[in-house]
Design a protein around this ligand. Structure first.
Ligand SMILES: [Cu+2]
Length: 124
């Protein structure tokens, strides 16, 4: 029993160390609605584990609809400064999306998933 508890404790320790070394923070901002045929701006703000804006990173975002296959919507993100990166997405359908955000900060890679919903301006 003592051996088992020790195993659990070391497992917890590994998990805790694993988390703290890799906790970039990503904030996703998207418009509430889109217009068909026009691009929709997708913005992320990235903070490093010290809470400082991540500058000069390579950032890409991929959008998937929940439970549907539209092919990948891949977005190249341009740096706007202060940890903010913006890209243009061609969204064709309203609904729930999952944004998979890849960050390469000087070789330090981070992957985040954010969810958002968007409605169409053309649906009335
Ligand atoms: Cu769809």
């Amino acid at each position: 029993m003592k051996k088992f508890t020790g195993f659990i404790m070391s497992l917890l320790l590994i998990l805790m160390v694993g988390c703290s070394s890799n906790n970039f923070e990503i904030k996703l901002s998207t418009p509430k609605s889109f217009t068909s045929g026009q691009s929709t701006p997708i913005q992320v703000k990235i903070l490093d584990p010290d809470g400082k804006p991540v500058k000069g990173a390579k950032v890409s975002t991929k959008l998937d609809m929940q439970g549907m296959s539209h092919g990948d919507i891949s977005i190249n993100m341009q740096e706007k400064g202060n940890g903010v990166y913006v890209g243009q997405a061609n969204i064709e359908m309203e609904g729930d999306y999952i944004a998979t955000i890849k960050v390469d900060d000087n070789g330090e890679k981070w992957l985040g998933e954010k969810r958002f919903s968007i409605v169409s301006n053309n649906s009335q």
